[in-house]
Write a protein that binds this ligand. Structure first.
Ligand code: 6PG
Length: 261
């Protein structure tokens, strides 16, 4: 990947959660100081769960001006919000029900809708109304949290999917055969234009994917996470635990914090 990635290596999942929570708090306070609001897109999957739990407890909880926070999702599964697979339900259980963010500022992705294209367009409208436009008129989220799939997918941008080449729409929904379900996702141009993107990578099972993204050949059609590169003055930070960085040829000269924050 061109240039040295902004990679911070921490000891283990617990340290990842603490460092990630600290990063969210700082990004939030910077955005609120700058524009009076903080628009964050949450990731689904398992990796962010400990981070969300930490964020909902002290010392992080009281450092966040929750009344200024607006919550979005990077992607969602095509299931009802009550389904155990729902990214909304996961965030609700680990974070949202534990903090005073106002319900009208929580924007769930309606990926369960039968009229998928219309639902995706409606979510694009929600972004347009509630997120300020940045470079090229794209919505500029303050912070996007992303995980990394073992196949190097990011959000619901899966290898070989036509959505990887989407250059106009901000939100797309489509059937993902490998997942056996519909998915709704922010597109790469939106994700790349965030003020900050924070990738969260944990575990030995992600070591190969992380190597492919950061040190393998540039093949974004089969390594979708390579599509996410800073645009419009943004920043992409990789926060990874030691187990997931075991394949990298060089460890970042980063602090190996033991559970920061
Ligand atoms: C989802 C996520 C997805 C996830 C990766 C990693 O809806 O599942 O948005 O992109 O981040 O699949 O998932 P884990 O964190 O569970 O390994």
């Amino acid at each position: 990947m061109a240039g040295d990635p902004d990679l911070q290596v921490v000891a283990d999942p617990g340290a990842l959660a603490a460092a990630g929570a600290e990063h969210v708090v700082r990004a939030c306070r910077t955005a609120v100081a700058g524009r009076g609001e903080f628009a964050i897109a949450l990731s689904g999957g398992d990796t962010p769960k400990p981070l969300y739990e930490r964020l909902g407890e002290e010392p992080f909880r009281s450092r966040v001006p929750w009344d200024k926070v607006r919550v979005f999702w990077g992607d969602e599964r095509g299931v009802p919000p009550t389904d155990p697979r729902s990214n909304f339900r996961m965030a609700e259980e680990t974070l949202l029900r534990r903090v005073p963010v106002r319900p009208e500022r929580v924007h769930r992705m309606p990926a369960e809708r039968a009229d998928l294209d219309e639902a995706a367009d409606e979510y694009a409208d929600v972004l347009r109304v509630h997120v300020p436009a940045g470079a090229g008129g794209w919505p500029r989220l303050d912070l996007v949290l992303l995980g990394l799939g073992e196949d190097a997918h990011v959000a619901s941008l899966f290898p070989g999917a036509p959505v990887l080449r989407e250059a106009r729409r901000t939100v797309v929904a489509y059937y993902v055969p490998a997942q056996g379900m519909n998915r709704m996702t922010l597109t790469a141009p939106v994700l790349s234009r965030a003020g900050e993107v924070l990738f969260l990578v944990s575990g030995a099972s992600k070591a190969e994917a992380l190597w492919r993204v950061l040190e393998g050949p540039r093949r974004p059609d089969v390594v979708p996470a390579q599509l996410i590169r800073p645009v419009g003055g943004g920043r992409v930070l990789w926060l990874a635990d030691a187990a997931s960085t075991s394949r990298l040829s060089r460890r970042a000269a980063a602090r190996s914090e033991e559970g920061a924050g």
